[in-house]
Unconditional design. Structure first.
Length: 329
């Protein structure tokens, strides 16, 4: 298994400032593509392999749909979501499972508490423990089960790397990235996650974000529908008060973060940014990506500034604001 880029190959992306003192620095790599897919800027080791984690979900969702999972609107959006487990998210996932003729126990993602505080508190009051359907990847897994149902594939082994669905998914990933997969790991939800260069991930996310529902190619028509579904139902992609949902609703971007410091965004005009924070922190991904989109002329600085005010970027001390998380790219 190859390793991601070294510390010496990383570039500072953002800092945490407390009372005028920089107490933490986050380094990584980032790449920006213009609306036509050309490289605007490349920071750090963008050709070194990374694990995209949940930023791979748009490709996995497209694979499930092109394999036969019939999804649209919010149900399509939840297939690519890292959702916060609200009751509304659970309802969407349950609908998909019902279409596949299975229950929650068919999901092979691990049981989890919802990320949404209100949902978690309600479960605690009702003495309900962690559930598979509340796990943030359950929409992706439900879509995979629906694809298996459509083809008569075995549902008990749908996460195996040699399962027909996972073989098809790998082919879709290779088509969108334009590269061959040479290393595969197991994601936190149990699904295969494929290593790829940050530049390859950016290429795939750009192709998805720039796809048209009028394309002669089924994969690109589905990609166009996926992006529209997320933009029309921004609450689905993560959840109320969550960064991906906020920036999608406020700025019209297609935003998909991944664990361990991965962030992918496509602006309305097609400009794309993908980054990886080397230390795995997710707290600087959104602000750094938005800053790079502003610099590329894809978003207005004033609009981004208003949106950043809704994100958890403030450093507190003694119950008051004393600093901020800010980009340095």
């Amino acid at each position: 298994m190859p390793e991601t880029f070294a510390v010496t190959d990383a570039v500072e992306l953002a800092v945490v400032e407390r009372s005028g003192f920089v107490e933490s620095r986050h380094a990584g790599s980032a790449i920006v593509l213009d609306p036509d897919g050309g490289i605007v800027s490349a920071i750090g080791a963008v050709d070194a392999p990374i694990l995209p984690r949940s930023s791979l979900k748009p490709m996995q969702a497209l694979a499930s749909v092109t394999a036969g999972a019939s999804l649209e609107g919010a149900h399509l959006a939840v297939a690519t979501a890292s959702h916060s487990g609200t009751d509304r998210h659970v309802a969407l996932v349950t609908d998909i499972l019902n279409s596949a003729g299975v229950g929650e126990d068919a999901l092979l993602c691990p049981p989890a508490w919802p990320g949404d505080a209100a949902a978690r508190d309600e479960m605690t009051r009702e003495l309900i423990g962690p559930q598979r359907v509340r796990m943030n990847c359950s929409g992706k897994h439900a879509a995979m089960l629906l694809a298996c149902h459509a083809n008569g594939w075995d549902m008990a082994t749908y996460l195996d790397a040699q399962h027909p669905l996972q073989v098809h998914t790998r082919e879709v990933v290779e088509r969108l990235t334009g590269t061959k997969i040479t290393a595969t790991a197991t994601d936190g939800c149990g699904a295969p996650v494929h290593a790829m260069a940050l530049s390859a991930l950016a290429r795939a996310i750009h192709r998805i974000g720039a796809s048209s529902e009028r394309s002669p190619f089924a994969l690109h028509r589905t990609a166009g529908a996926l992006v529209r579904a997320v933009r029309e139902h921004p609450w689905v992609i993560q959840g109320p008060g969550q960064p991906d949902s906020i920036v999608t609703e406020r700025l019209g971007v297609f935003a998909k973060h991944g664990a361990e410091g991965v962030m992918a965004m496509v602006a309305p005009n097609g400009t794309t940014v993908v980054l990886k924070v080397l230390d795995g922190s997710n707290r600087v991904g959104v602000v750094t990506a938005l800053t790079l989109l502003v610099r590329a002329g894809a978003l207005q600085a004033a609009d981004v500034a208003r949106t950043l005010g809704e994100l958890p970027l403030t450093v507190t001390g003694g119950g008051r604001d004393v600093g901020v998380i800010r980009p340095t790219v």
